[in-house]
Each structure stands twice: as structure tokens, then as C-alpha cells.
Design a protein. Structure first.
Length: 194
């Protein structure tokens, strides 16, 4: 070989040799993994919280008409202590009428006392029919307080509330036969709880 053969070949376009490049930066996987893991933990925590909340909401049961009526009657005791017979008569009467409508499916709230009692007397198979006399006296006293602005002392107002509460308690639980009928449609029969 000749010494000329050892010389680099230079083309007309320029040198063929390039300088060394610096190291290529390879991105780290850890930040990406941490973000994905955080998002996964956040999603799982949210799902667990939603599951827990839905389970708690399912456990809350609706109040029975008797429970709602008894709460309203208990709150009406303030009206008796304040000496407001007209307001008390309206509240106690409305609580009992709403209870009767919800519990026995009788249209009670928008009827006069006479119409309501007439419907009770015509439906002899209704459990309310046995209480129609005391209920009639009670509603008549409420009407006197509501419409005639009849003055009632606090003792009698509390007695009105007590009479309403005893009526609701006496008729509040569905009869055992009705519970058995409802349970048998679901595929099993259970005894009535008192």
C-alpha cells in the first residue's frame, strides 16, 4: 500500500466524518408509574366510599304513616304549651287525617268531618270503623278549635293530643292477616312483629 492510500478520502461534498453526539436522555418510568398508581388508588377509594354510602342509604327505611303522625303530634305539644288552640286543632286534625289517608287509603284531608265519618261508617270492614265514635268526637273538638276559635285550656289541648296518639297507636300496625298476605306474595310468610 502506498502512503497516498492511507490518506482519508475527501469528497467534493465535504468530510464524511461527524463529531460524537452526547448521550441520549431516556425518560424515567417512575414518575409515570407513580401518577398511574395514584390515580388507581384515588379511583378505588372513591368506589369504596360510594359503595359504603349506598349500603348505608339502603339501610335507611321509610317511616310508617303511624311514625310520621306520632312525630307530628309530639311537635304539636308546643302549640298546647303556648296556648294556641286554633293552630293546635288544625295541626292535630291534619296529622290524624293524613295518617288515615296514608294508612287506610281513605280520602280524609279534603273532606269535611261529616263526609269523612260517613265514609268510615259505610266501610264497616275498615279497622277505623271500630274507632269512628271516638274519632268523631276528637275531630269535632278539633273543628271547634279550628273554625269556631273555641277557647280550650292547655289540659284539654294535651288531652286532644293524647287521644290522637292513642288512636294512631291502636290502628298503627297492620293486622297480622294483612302482613301474612303481603309476605306470601313475596314468597315467604313471616309472623307479625309488634
Amino acid at each position: 500500500m502506498t502512503p497516498a492510500a492511507l490518506l482519508p478520502v475527501v469528497s467534493a461534498a465535504g468530510p464524511d466524518i461527524h463529531d460524537i453526539r452526547g448521550p441520549i436522555a431516556i425518560p424515567s418510568v417512575w414518575p409515570v408509574l407513580l401518577i398511574v398508581a395514584g390515580a388507581l388508588v384515588f379511583t378505588l377509594a372513591g368506589a369504596a366510599a360510594a359503595y359504603w354510602l349506598l349500603r348505608r342509604l339502603r339501610r335507611v327505611r321509610a317511616k310508617t304513616p303511624a311514625e310520621r303522625a306520632l312525630e307530628r303530634l309530639e311537635s304539636a305539644r308546643v302549640l298546647a304549651r303556648d296556648g294556641r288552640p286554633a293552630d293546635l286543632g288544625a295541626e292535630v286534625s291534619d296529622a290524624v287525617r293524613d295518617y288515615v289517608q296514608a294508612r287506610f287509603e281513605l280520602r280524609a284531608p279534603h273532606r269535611t268531618t261529616e263526609e269523612f265519618l260517613h265514609e268510615l261508617l259505610s266501610a264497616r270492614e275498615s279497622p277505623v270503623a271500630a274507632h269512628s265514635a271516638s274519632l268523631g268526637e276528637f275531630l269535632a273538638a278539633c273543628d271547634l278549635a279550628k273554625f269556631a276559635r273555641f277557647a280550650i285550656d292547655p289540659e284539654h289541648m294535651l288531652a286532644m293530643i293524647d287521644a290522637a296518639e292513642s288512636f294512631v297507636r291502636a290502628t298503627g300496625a297492620p293486622p297480622a292477616a294483612e302482613i301474612r298476605r303481603l309476605d306470601s306474595t313475596a314468597g315467604h310468610v313471616e309472623e307479625a312483629r309488634t
